[in-house]
Design a protein around this ligand. Structure first.
Ligand code: C5P
Length: 224
């Protein structure tokens, strides 16, 4: 049986909690990677902890969004952490994407499209005139042009993205139940994989409450 790939979002500042997440999500049905976002990466001991992690698939969700020179310097500054994946906002623009990709070495550079917490109303408010689906498609084309290694989009846009982007697709905004929190564009894990996602990202639905029970729920849901 093909193992589904899941990044667990370690959104906390607490090292003990991260250790618990890693320990309790260990299983032989899924390929599990660990995603560290701005909260953990900026915490007092976060960087140091990541520098000591061994034999794990690690994802630095830096969501870089800056001018090309700063993007490249950031990559240089975190090179020692040897992340498998790092994110950059596609909104940083083609030059930033291209230069960052050229400097990233073996790490896979993921382009982040429109955040899964935004819907059509929210992006209109920001000033975009395209709708979410049109924008994500547009950004996916730019990611292809800049030779990025992966894309983050909502699971609702995977089929559209696949038309123009042929590498890995990673989808946050995953929910096992109806509690959406701050996410707007959500789907279930099985729907995401059915649409063609290579990886799903799950945070709170796994890390909130009993981690062991939640991971078992996810496995039951995926392999029923
Ligand atoms: O708790 P939840 O499952 O909503 O967490 C989703 C994770 O994925 C968070 O760490 C969030 O920062 C990240 N993410 C996202 N939407 C994106 C990119 C990243 O939710 N477009």
């Amino acid at each position: 049986m093909r193992k589904n790939k899941v990044f667990i979002a370690c959104d906390t500042t607490n090292i003990k909690k991260v250790k618990k997440i890693i320990k309790e999500t260990k299983n032989n049905k899924l390929i599990v990677g660990y995603k560290f976002g701005l909260e953990f990466l900026n915490s007092k001991y976060g960087r140091q902890y990541i520098s000591k992690l061994k034999n794990k698939i690690i994802f630095g969700d830096y969501k870089i969004s800056d001018i090309p020179n700063t993007c490249v310097s950031t990559i240089r500054a975190i090179k020692d952490l040897k992340f498998n994946y790092i994110t950059i906002h596609i909104n940083s623009g083609f030059d930033a994407l291209k230069k960052t990709k050229e400097s990233v070495g073996k790490t896979k550079l993921i382009g982040v499209t429109i955040l899964t917490s935004l819907d059509n109303k929210a992006i209109k408010e920001i000033g975009f005139s395209k709708n979410v689906k049109e924008l994500v498609l547009h950004q996916a084309k730019l990611a292809t042009k800049a030779k990025l290694d992966a894309i983050v989009c909502s699971a609702q846009e995977v089929k559209i993205v696949k038309k123009v982007f042929k590498k890995e697709i990673i989808t946050p905004g995953i929910r096992l139940n109806s509690k959406r929190d701050d996410q707007k564009r959500v789907l279930t894990p099985s729907e995401a994989f059915k649409n063609g996602a290579d990886w799903i990202v799950i945070g709170r639905d796994i890390t909130r409450g009993s981690i062991k029970n939640n991971i078992q729920k996810l496995i039951n849901h995926l392999y029923k």
